[in-house]
Design a protein around this ligand. Structure first.
Ligand SMILES: Cc1ncc(C[n+]2csc(CCOP(=O)(O)OP(=O)(O)O)c2C)c(N)n1
Ligand SMILES: [Mg+2]
Length: 918
């Protein structure tokens, strides 16, 4: 059944006229066929657009170039020279990878991706991308990670890399090697943006373009001279991160953003859409999202054929040929193409009768044609009010020879014999540059380098000068230095809250407000929140600092009269991202690398639901670290028992563990407002005075408490990760030490009282703000000792701090036990962690802390048990305490198979029991 669309629901004021139009169409289909009818319909739609009739845009157009030949601009380059340069780069890229794999088995590398995209890059390099000379910020180019060999090969021709460096492709350990993919962490003067984890580059590029506009609209920096370019694989478009934010780009009218999708129709294993057409699919998606779409499918030799296509048969063939078939044509002979593509239809066959088989085989795809690409790039840069995507059709492994080009295995081919290289030399016309004997069997293939007086070198440097320097290049310069906030911003936190109750989340919100208010530092603060501000009480900031809205606020908010109304503004400061932790993370990266990208240090504070941070967007955090991002991540509503009612999928007891895996993340678990303030102040110092590329992660909790003032001299200990918070009470004869983090201080403090009152134990309390930091320090000491056998061994800081403690050490946390366990090896006394392993569940805080065995009675029993093991007290004392607190010692017998899931099996057993009662 065909359901007639919306038209039938509207009144028809002239049914006769409607009928006539419909019948005319029927007539065309009948007499001239569907292709003609399609042509007429397309023409009518185009005319309707010209007349601004307001018909909705169609999401898909025929399988031809978007820009017709007569609208192509003049190509301003020297095409011959550019082809020569492209050939040299292609050669060097291949030789580099081949040599790397000849000398180091298993080192890897890719030939086919760059072979398909060399022209896409060269047009950008030669005509569009602006570098960073003369104090300019330049363009931001996100390269496809696997195309890195080509980017190195070009930098070599430019004289920016040496042959020795090329010889050290993927050999980084000795220094001076080249990274496999774009890694600013390892090549900080070359790469700007890590891209190789598929999907992250495209996502980051959108938020980079958005952040450029943000800087501009807030008048922090003039970014109108920067354009963001992103190169994307067609297979990469299957990653949710790739396409997940494209509507934002259209909504915010990011006309400073251009994507080039390298549609070589293949991914790693095989075709991207063998049974379909990836270009058509992507066109519909992007057009639907509001992007300007430019298809570059056919090289110029096809223009003439399309001109002769009076019956629309060629167009029809183009439209109906599947990608799987196009891939086949890329590897087949001219005769095969003649028979199968042109052959079945007499009119088509006639159309190419004048072309030889060789000419047929070499009818190029648009993505290898400079003129077509130039026209598309130029149109993209002139587009106003929308981002542009260029869908360029290419061949994977282009001209790398019959064993590589278009083959399903092409992606992973990294070796070529000298025989294959000889063939490549033919295909690239490199007879003069590469002497035949250099490729004799067993010979080491040579790189091509340019003499400085060669026309190619002059052309490249001239283009480079005209475009303000080479790309990519990463430079850190202080175009607009940042000034740290005045101390007053922190004073309030250090003073404590008296009897007033507050959570560390509220305290942080006040701190953030103070920082934003600082006259010098304030404008550099970038608060980033993915639709969770109200949860954290941060809606208070909306009115004062406003929410960034690219186009302003065109409506009166429902709460306009209220104190905390939802105020959006073009110069708003808060990035209210909506429900996208990935997008928020991309903003965090753009802001946290602005010190390098724009020479304008910015201080991002990304506040999120802690469960949906590291666990959700770890790969982006890894990329942020690679990109040398500086900034603060705040995991609010942290803890597996402090966030009480939300249950399994919300209660975070492991983000600190995940954070411990990221080398440049400083992970802190503060208990009090003054600790939060001291850590933030220290972080700012490290990032913006010491110039360290670090990310600070702080957990924030929603449990209200009276905030104590900062003890004198505590600051160093807070930063180091451990300091004595309360000394042992006078009186008791036995000794113990309790380490607490975050809200576990409640349990520790109560336990201290209980132990003194009932068990003659005097316990010291220590605040452990960062186990990660203590562990890393201890590891470095351990290594030093290992390698300095003749020297007096050094003592890890954690051991030194705890050296004077007496009795067992019990560490209690609202995170998994493995978090404090990070330092157990260096504890000078027996060490027992208490934490929240297993899934969270909904209940009150007290019930949860009892369940996870992190409440005060459990701390008491753990201390007593440890003392008993040391022979300090009798086991009966422990047994008495267990009975007194009503623990069930038999829940979770370690001899059962499921011991490690104790917390969950118990609950299942309980459930079964209660069900049994019905
Ligand atoms: C997140 C992620 N998953 C998997 C990979 C491994 N991988 C590298 S390249 C590739 C295929 C890329 O295909 P496409 O995007 O079409 O790029 P092309 O090389 O064809 O231009 C895959 C799966 C990766 N780099 N990142
Ligand atoms: Mg591909």
């Amino acid at each position: 059944m065909i359901i007639d669309g919306f038209v039938n629901q509207l009144p028809d004021i002239d049914p006769g006229e409607t009928q006539e139009w419909r019948e005319s169409l029927d007539g065309v289909v009948e007499a001239r066929g569907k292709p003609r009818a399609r042509f007429l319909m397309s023409s009518l739609l185009e005319r309707a657009r010209e007349l601004q009739v307001g018909t909705p845009a169609t999401v898909s157009t025929p399988y031809v170039n978007t820009i017709p030949p007569d609208q192509e601009p003049w190509f301003p380059g020297d095409e011959h020279l550019e082809r020569r340069i492209r050939a040299y780069i292609r050669w060097n890229a291949a030789v580099m990878v081949v040599k790397a794999n000849k000398h180091a088995e298993g080192i890897g590398g890719h030939l086919a991706t760059f072979a398909s995209s060399a022209s896409l890059y060269e047009v950008g390099f030669n005509h569009f991308w602006r570098g960073k000379r003369d104090g300019l910020a330049g363009d931001q180019v996100f390269f496809q990670g696997h195309a890195a060999p080509g980017i190195y090969a070009r930098a070599f021709l430019e004289g920016r890399l040496t042959a020795e460096q090329l010889d050290h492709f993927r050999r980084e350990v000795g220094g001076g090697g080249l990274s496999s993919y774009p890694h600013p962490r390892l090549m900080p003067e070359f790469w700007e943006f890590p891209t190789v984890s598929m999907g992250l580059g495209p996502l980051n590029s959108i938020y980079q373009a958005r952040f450029n506009k943000y800087l501009h609209n807030r008048e922090v920096d003039d970014t109108s001279g920067s354009r963001v370019w992103c190169f994307v694989g067609d297979g990469e478009c299957d990653e949710p991160e790739t396409l997940g934010a494209i509507s934002l780009a259209a909504r915010e009218q990011l006309d400073n953003l251009t994507w080039v999708v390298n549609c070589n129709l293949q991914r790693l294993d095989g075709p991207v859409r063998g049974n379909g057409k990836i270009i058509q699919e992507l066109e519909a998606i992007f057009r639907g999202a509001g992007w300007n779409v430019i298809k570059v499918i056919w090289g110029r030799q096809w223009d003439d054929l399309l001109q002769r296509d009076v019956d629309g048969v060629l167009l029809n063939k183009m439209n109906t040929t599947l990608d799987g078939e196009f891939q086949r044509y890329a590897v087949e002979s001219g005769a095969y193409i003649r028979e199968h593509f042109f052959g079945p239809d007499r009119r088509l066959r006639q159309m190419v009768e004048h072309l030889s088989d060789d000419e047929l085989r070499n009818l190029p795809r648009g993505g290898h044609d400079y003129r077509k690409l130039y026209a598309a790039y130029k149109a993209a840069t002139e587009q106003v009010g929308a981002p542009t995507v260029i869908l360029a059709k290419t061949i994977k492994g282009w001209t790398l020879g019959p064993d590589v080009e278009g083959r399903n295995a092409t992606h992973q081919i990294k070796k070529m014999t000298n025989e294959q290289l000889r063939l490549l030399r033919e295909r690239l016309y490199l007879h003069d540059e590469v002497p035949a004997e250099a490729l004799a069997d067993g010979a080491e293939p040579p790189y091509i380098s340019l003499r400085e007086d060669s026309p190619e070198y002059e052309y490249m440097t001239h283009r480079g000068r005209a475009l303000s320097g080479p790309v990519p290049s990463r430079v850190v310069r202080d175009r607009r230095p940042i000034e740290l906030p005045a101390d007053t911003a922190f004073d309030e936190m250090s003073a404590g809250s008296g009897t007033q109750q507050a959570s560390t989340t509220t305290a942080f919100t006040r701190l953030l407000r103070n920082l934003c208010r600082d006259p010098h530092f304030g404008p550099r603060v970038v608060p980033i929140i993915p639709d969770e501000a109200r949860t954290f009480g941060m809606d208070a900031l909306f009115r004062e600092f406003k929410i960034y809205a690219a186009l302003g606020q065109h409506y009166q908010p429902v709460d306009a009269e209220m104190l905390l109304s939802y105020v959006e503004s073009k110069d708003g400061q808060i990035l209210e991202e909506g429900i996208t932790e990935a997008g928020a993370m991309a903003s965090f990266i753009a802001a946290g690398t602005a010190y390098a990208t724009h020479g304008v240090p910015m201080a991002p504070f990304f506040i999120f639901y802690s469960m949906f941070g590291f666990q959700r967007v770890m790969d982006l955090i890894w990329a942020a670290s690679d990109a040398r991002t500086r900034g603060f991540m705040l995991g609010a509503t942290a803890g597996r028992t402090t966030l009480a009612g939300e249950g399994l999928q919300h209660q975070d007891g492991h983000s600190l563990l995940l954070a411990s895996a990221v080398p440049t993340v400083e992970a802190y678990d503060p208990a009090f407002a003054y600790e939060v303030a001291a850590i933030v102040r220290h972080g700012l110092q490290r990032m913006f005075v010491d110039g360290e590329d670090v990310i600070f992660y702080l957990t924030l909790y929603n449990e209200n408490q009276a905030m104590p003032p900062m003890p004198d001299g505590a600051e160093t200990g807070i930063i180091d990760g451990l300091y004595r918070w309360a000394s042992r009470p006078e009186g008791p004869t036995r000794r113990a030490t309790i380490l607490f983090s975050g809200p576990a201080h409640h349990a520790a403090r109560q336990a201290q009282v209980e132990l003194a009152e009932h068990y003659d134990v005097g316990a010291e309390l220590w605040s452990a703000t960062s186990y990660k930091r203590l562990r890393e320090q201890a590891l470095s000491v351990e290594r030093w000792n290992r390698l300095h056998p003749n020297e007096v061994p050094l003592t890890p800081l954690v051991t030194e701090r705890l050296a004077a403690t007496e009795g067992p050490i019990v560490a209690v946390t609202d995170f998994m036990k493995i978090v404090p366990d990070q330092i157990s090896r260096w504890a000078p006394q027996p060490f027992v962690p208490l934490g929240t392993d297993g899934f969270g569940r909904s209940d009150t805080r007290d019930a949860l802390r009892r369940f996870f065995e992190t409440d005060a009675p459990n701390v008491v029993v753990t201390v007593l048990s440890a003392l008993a093991r040391q022979g300090e007290i009798k086991p009966e004392v422990v047994a008495d305490a267990i009975a007194r607190y009503g623990f069930d010692p038999d829940a979770g017998d370690p001899r059962t198979v499921y011991a490690q899931h104790r917390s969950d099996t118990t609950s299942t057993a309980q459930q079964a029991q209660s069900l049994g009662q019905f």
